[in-house]
Design a protein around this ligand. Structure first.
Ligand SMILES: *Cc1c(COP(=O)(O)O)cnc(C)c1O
Length: 364
């Protein structure tokens, strides 16, 4: 019996969602997956047992709704971030993507605009459109940097309701100076988000936008446990901002959005922050090794303060992506002509990538 199949076009979908494609980095079961900037080091055994102990306690109470205000977790994030932050300045969600969505729901929405300097994180335009706002793409220098003057100029011209600055920037790895954040904040009428998803991979002495929060109620700094913290599968993201900004997010979150199990796991992981972050230095070393080796192979890697490297000089990115795939290595074609992006893995994974790339031939 033939089953009738339908497509999106058969459904009364919102007009502004027609023609969009969902986020879809391939999830292929390859031995070396370096395509979505995960921390490829597993959670250490001791920490895993410690987290499980807390989850075992929490599971006994899942007949009740969790703490809607995730008080203990907010205290733990305030402690972890330092800079004199208090729990009233912290928000969290199921991944920083959800936290960003809360911001877009509260400060964006139909008839409003969101702005970022392209190329940047591909989820920003999707979250904007999904919540009804339109996305405005600003421009960068050829080396992907932005200067305070041109950033302020572009923000003044676009006059968006939301500005989102990715620091360091995904997919390019480019650092962003605090002078740019200050200039953009001054030029903006709307809220300014600094997405510091990769901050832990920046040089130790690199200043965080957290230092700019005081006296800037329209500024928010978002972070995630997905990258440096080796916690991508647990889905925990968070931000720091003025308590009034946090109150705005309470208007749009679903009640009890952070499950008791997520809260327990995150609090236990934060208690073990030192161990969880123990691999960051090693990942940074692998990133720098990727950069040096790519240069030797004739490619043009871009300066990266994150756990990945974007490199140019790839004659046919799709073909090279496929050749690496056939050798068991998954990287990312981010749609920038002549470029591919690779995450720094363990030493062995990084070697596998570099060997596979070298076996394909040298750069164009
Ligand atoms: C990976 C990433 C995130 C994190 O997303 P989660 O939802 O926390 O996993 C946020 N911003 C950028 C720029 C990223 O690359």
């Amino acid at each position: 019996m033939g089953r009738v199949t339908f497509s999106l076009n058969d459904l009364p979908l919102r007009d502004d969602l027609r023609g969009l494609t969902p986020y879809g980095a391939p999830q292929a079961p390859l031995p070396v997956a370096l395509n979505v900037n995960e921390n490829t080091h597993p959670v250490p055994d001791d920490v895993a047992s410690d987290i499980l102990d807390d989850i075992a306690v929490a599971i006994r109470d899942v007949n009740r709704y969790p703490d809607r205000e995730f008080t203990t977790l907010r205290e733990a994030f305030a402690d972890y971030l330092g800079h004199g932050l208090t729990p009233e300045q912290i928000w969290a969600g199921n991944g920083s993507n959800e936290v960003l969505q809360h911001i877009f729901q509260a400060f964006g929405g139909p008839g409003r605009t969101a702005f970022g300097f392209a190329p940047t994180y591909s989820m920003y335009p999707l979250i904007a459109k999904g919540t009804g706002a339109s996305w405005i793409a600003g421009t960068r220098q050829p080396d992907y940097t932005v200067t305070p003057e041109e950033a302020a100029e572009q923000v003044r011209a676009a006059d968006p309701d939301i500005v989102i600055l990715c620091s360091p920037n995904n997919p390019t790895g480019t650092p962003l100076g605090l002078d740019v954040v200050e200039a953009v904040y001054q030029a903006a009428r709307g809220v300014v988000i600094v997405d510091e998803a990769y901050q832990e991979f920046a040089p130790r002495d690199a200043a965080s936008a957290l230092t700019l929060l005081e006296g800037r109620p329209r500024l928010a700094v978002s972070r995630t446990m997905s990258k440096a913290f080796a916690f991508a599968g647990a889905r925990v993201g968070y931000l720091a901002a003025d308590p009034a900004f946090i109150d705005a997010l309470r208007l749009v979150r679903l009640p009890y959005h952070l499950s008791a199990l997520t809260q327990a796991a995150a609090v236990a992981a934060l208690r073990n922050a030192d161990v969880m972050l123990g691999m960051v230095q090693e990942i940074v070393e692998q990133r720098d090794r990727i950069t040096a080796t790519l240069e030797a192979l004739g490619y043009t890697p871009h300066l990266s303060w994150s756990n990945f490297v974007l490199f140019g000089g790839v004659a046919d990115p799709q073909a090279t992506w496929q050749q690496l795939y056939d050798r068991g290595v998954l990287v990312r074609d981010v749609g920038i002509p002549g470029h591919l992006r690779v995450s720094a893995g363990t030493e062995a994974e990084t070697t596998a990538f570099l060997d596979a790339l070298a076996s394909i031939g040298s750069a164009s």
